[in-house]
Write a protein that binds this ligand. Structure first.
Ligand code: F3S
Length: 425
């Protein structure tokens, strides 16, 4: 199928705005045609978001591509935020890890300069939770985006009612440079219909990251319509509900490939259209306490010694919101007090965007958190973990995304509090 382009799009493709932009457009057209798109539509969000945040020494083609874009003036038409940085000197490392990271990410500084020239929103706009108020890249309902970070795409589609496909890295940059994206999938009414109905029948509020994992593994890339969750998380998209959905969504997107979910009575499409969103012949998935237990038990433990004492704990993948930082500070302080401790039992890193940290630092909870020995960082824990050296470390986390992609071991929030206050596993 070939696409019908507007005169403006056609002229870009013909090279009237330069050879580089023509190549960018051609790539987007080919991408769209692969998925049966019949047209390109304008990107309407205020900002873009890039997934490639790391200056890996082996990614030479990316740097030369960036140079070519910059050299030819094909800069991003919109400013953008970027996924979290791969390095933060505050995060505990061994000498050997320092050497490995130095080698792996030797291009980090140069790459950040390229990003700034291309259109980085702010020098510290590195986070996957770019849609948090303090970061300022929060699309409006109906906005068309060119993003790729899976946890941000699913949040923008589901919680904010924006429209974005699960693009790949670099293609999302091309969409921001050209200002157009192919119209297919989650951009269309049809593509936003639910082909699964999920009924929550648990006796208590499901752990967000296990519920997301269960649904992601069951529906893979389909759209689920979820019933029975508002009795646990309410019918208002307040700080608690949005934090829950952030973590839930990241798990659906990484344990499966979900790009959009609807929560009956809560998320914007579902509030507006209700059951009209459910496609004919939608399948049903019932989730009760036993199903969540089954899912959690199915996670393999890939540590060399499954009984090893954890050496590090990461909380905040995706990055923590301000409310979550406060909540964790209280929960942790209570848990430590119960055990008669003043500091965490193992090295612990909480990750959150720089802009959120800046707000948090103005409150007494910051000193309280640091006083308990927790490191507050802007790092991406996955970037820390994805090398053989870190892979051998017994790391625990409450992130199902981190569990999926690395050797980190998943625990519920309550279990993590137990580990941090008592040590052991
Ligand atoms: Fe964000 Fe990195 Fe986790 S991008 S979701 S902190 S893997």
């Amino acid at each position: 199928m070939s696409m019908t382009l507007t005169p403006e799009q056609q002229s870009i493709l013909n090279g009237e705005k330069g050879e580089t932009l023509a190549k960018v457009m051609k790539t987007l057209v080919m991408y769209g045609e692969t998925f049966g798109a019949e047209k390109m539509v304008p990107v309407t969000s205020g900002y873009g978001h890039l997934v490639t945040s790391f200056g890996l020494s082996v990614m030479k083609p990316v740097y030369s591509l960036m140079d070519q874009l910059i050299g030819s003036g094909a800069l991003s038409g919109q400013k953008f935020s970027v996924d979290p940085r791969p390095l933060d000197k505050n995060v505990p490392t061994t000498l050997l890890q320092d050497l490995v990271f130095k080698f792996m990410y030797s291009k980090q500084e140069d790459y950040e300069k390229q990003l700034q020239t291309l259109g980085l929103l702010d020098k510290d706009a590195f986070t996957c939770a770019c849609y948090l108020e303090q970061v300022g890249n929060k699309p409006k309902k109906g906005d068309v985006l060119s993003w790729a970070e899976s946890s941000a795409v699913v949040y923008a589609n589901s919680v904010l009612g924006a429209r974005c496909n699960r693009n790949s890295g670099i293609l999302e940059l091309f969409g921001s440079v050209a200002g157009f994206v192919p119209y297919f999938g989650l951009l269309t009414e049809e593509g936003r219909k639910a082909t699964w109905v999920v009924e929550i029948q648990t006796t208590k509020k499901p752990e967000a990251q296990i519920l997301g994992s269960a649904i992601g593994m069951k529906v893979t890339e389909d759209v689920p319509y979820i019933k029975g969750l508002t009795k646990f998380i309410g019918t208002e998209l307040n700080d608690d509900a949005t934090a829950y959905l952030k973590d839930f969504g990241a798990a659906t997107a990484s344990n499966g490939a979900v790009g959009l979910y609807h929560i009956e009575g809560l998320t914007p499409d579902a509030v507006e259209q209700g059951e009209k969103l459910i496609a004919k012949d939608a399948k049903t998935y019932i989730i009760d306490d036993a199903e969540l237990e089954r899912v959690q038990k199915s996670y393999p433990v890939i540590w060399k010694d499954p009984n090893a004492k954890p050496k590090l704990c990461f909380v905040g993948c995706p990055h923590l919101s301000l409310k979550q930082l406060h909540d964790w500070t209280t929960l942790l302080s209570d848990a430590l007090a119960r055990e008669g401790r003043s500091k965490v039992a193992i090295p612990t890193v909480f990750t959150s965007p720089v802009a959120v940290q800046a707000e948090f630092k103005k409150t007494p909870d910051y000193q309280k958190l640091i006083g308990m020995g927790v490191v507050l960082s802007y790092i991406c824990p996955l970037m820390y973990m994805n090398n053989p050296l870190s892979g051998k470390m017994p790391v625990v986390t409450n992130s199902n995304k981190l569990r999926t992609y690395t050797s980190a071991r998943y625990h519920t929030d309550a279990e993590i509090l137990g580990i941090l206050s008592k040590g052991g596993n």
